[in-house]
Design a protein around this ligand. Sequence first.
Ligand code: HEM
Length: 410
Amino acid sequence: MTSETATAEKITYDPLDPKVTDHPYPHYAQLREIAPVHYVPSMNGYVISRWDDVMQVLQDGKTFSSAQFWPELLGEYDPVPEVAPMISLDPPGHVRIRRLANKAFVPGKVNKMGDKIRRVANELIDDIIERHGNEGEFDFVWEFTALFPVTVIADVLGVDLAQREDFKHWVDSLLSAGNRAAYDEEKLAVIEQASKDIRAYFERVFEERKASPGEDLISGFIQAEIDGEKLTRSEVLNMAILLLIGGVETTTNLLGISFTHMKRIAGIQEKLRADPGLIASFVEEMLRYDGPVQMLFRHTTREVEMHGVTIPANTLVMPLLGAANHDERKYGAEAEEFVLERNPKEMMSFGQGPHFCLGFYLSRMEARLAIETLLERFEVLEPLTGEPKWMESYFARGPKGLPVRFKARG
Ligand code: HEM
């Protein structure tokens, strides 16, 4: 037995095993320690777990291409397979479209959405109180976090709020396509239907906005010109779907994760209630400690050697953001702990390099305003468990549901 196979045999990390994705951090620690570049047979690719190496991969888009990202994640369930979305483009195509999208998400524009975001949170809370009274229990994921970011992004895109529960269902189903290798026909049929429905929906919106443009982002994309050229219909559809996927599940999960840990970390909610000024630091450290995106996908454009392992050309490489975020080489001895005062200046949760998250500013603001509003409106908001069921995904992380006990402020 070679030393490489002996090491590989000790490794417990398998992204297709729900026991691993429910509690991934001890597996990441093992990878960082003994196999920082490790071949995973079930994925036919290499996982990268140390901070410096993940950084190197994400910043070097020439060697580690994004072109296969979407095909890897969605496979045959991509609703717009004829063109690659921004997240799956390498330069120069990526730069062209990213420049256009950036304009909608600069801090100046996002800051103007603060009042609207607070209003969305307050309206959802009003609905909860109307349904359940001033005291009792409800599912925080289904009745708040799943609806909050989708309402915000539906407003940005200018799409119909009446369908927000469909959006959530479509996005969840599409993201679950990442695990398609392990799914039966019934589950695959649900994904296929979601893919068709989301496309049909945005085709309709495209036609409506083309005929009568509004102030929304989809109208903006239809009218925008880059170097004298308009975006094609498929490019606009793709952008809308990417923003929906990027903007919904991630922020929903950040809030679900945050409240899960309010049950696990003793006294944390009391601290935030006593000093709401700490909520911003709480969100930053939570993003590092247990982020909603656990891994990304890249493909090598040439043979690469890292830590003595040769990765062939044209091979899947998966930088593990969650593992890099707990690297003791970067964050010191307490890397595995939640430290409210840490204020990490750098984290891997939004990626790095050319594809750094477009919604970085918006999502942090959404999370902060939601938590502020929830703690203001509820004098009690206590998760009943710190061990919820987690989503079936190695890519996205978040609780599937989270029962809470609540008491509204009179
Ligand atoms: C806590 C919430 C969020 C997290 C953790 C997150 C995470 C990420 C990560 C890790 C990437 C990098 C992908 C890569 O390098 O391949 C990314 C890209 C992206 N995110 Fe987010 N995201 C969040 C919220 C949002 C929101 C609210 C939006 C929409 C407004 C959004 C839109 C995008 C887009 C469009 C990209 C692709 C950028 C590009 O390819 O240039 N994200 N996000």
